[in-house]
Structures are given as structure tokens and as C-alpha cells.
Design a binder for this molecule. Structure first.
Ligand SMILES: [Zn+2]
Length: 144
């Protein structure tokens, strides 16, 4: 393992989203100009309606944009699939399917050496698996 390797399981959700956003989706971040709204639960705070950044009244509204929540929302994860579809050659898409199948199988009690079949993979799929498979397909040497 070299120093460039990123351990997926040790990243928090925002770090995972940031990786997907920058490595796959072409997102660059920067200062966010989203509209500020009042926190629905706590009147002491505000949040950015674009990126979800939380702040307290009295804080500066200027903030770095948070990445879209690709690992936490199937709607967002599907944008990753659509990006891969447009970007990957057929052989790389097959690699993506195989990695996804492996990730899904790892959450089951199937005997070693067996895989969950398609389309049964769909019943167990999560947004995080889609993102992880996408990153392994595109930057396989940078992620474990
Ligand atoms: Zn924002």
C-alpha cells in the first residue's frame, strides 16, 4: 500500500462525496453563493439551501460549497451512473458492473467464490456502493 492509497471505510460521508465529486463529476467547489435559509429545527442557525452548509446567526454567510451528496442519495448516485455511461468504454463499464456485483455480494452471507446475480444486485444496491465502484473503476490504484 502506498501513501496515495485512500481507505474508503475511514472517510466520513462528506469526504466520500468530495472524492466522487472531484474525481468523477468534475466538481471544483469554491465559494458557495447558495441562498441562506433559517434552520427548520433550530432558529439559532441557518443553512445553505444549495449545499446544506450549517451556520449560526452572527457567523459570516461566506462558506466553501459542500459537495453534492452522491453517497447518501440514490438520485445523486444515479447522476454518477449516467456520467460513467457517457464516459467509459464498454470494457470499463463491464468492470464497473463486476466491482458493483462484488460490493453487493460482500454484504450477503453467500459462500466465498459466489456472486449475487444480476438483476438481484439491484435489490441490495446503495448509493455508496455505486460511488465506490465508480471510483475503483476510474481510479483503481488510488482507492482500497
Ligand atoms: Zn452553500
Amino acid at each position: 500500500m502506498n501513501s496515495e492509497t485512500i481507505k474508503w471505510s475511514e472517510l466520513d460521508a462528506e469526504a466520500k462525496d468530495r472524492l466522487v465529486a472531484t474525481k468523477i463529476m468534475g466538481w471544483t467547489g469554491g465559494e458557495c453563493d447558495g441562498e441562506i435559509g433559517e434552520q427548520p429545527i433550530s432558529p439559532d442557525g441557518w443553512y445553505c439551501q444549495r449545499c446544506g452548509y450549517d451556520g449560526s446567526w452572527g457567523d459570516d454567510f461566506i462558506h466553501e460549497e459542500r459537495p453534492p451528496r452522491y453517497t447518501q442519495s440514490m438520485d445523486r448516485a444515479w447522476e454518477v451512473i449516467r456520467m460513467l455511461y457517457g464516459r467509459l468504454l464498454f470494457s470499463k463499464r463491464r468492470e464497473f458492473y463486476r466491482i458493483l456485483q462484488r460490493l453487493v455480494t460482500d454484504t450477503t452471507n453467500l459462500e466465498p467464490g459466489t456472486l449475487v446475480d444480476w438483476p438481484d444486485v439491484l435489490w441490495l444496491l446503495t448509493p455508496e456502493m455505486i460511488c465506490q465502484a465508480a471510483l475503483r473503476t476510474i481510479g483503481s490504484n488510488e482507492l482500497s
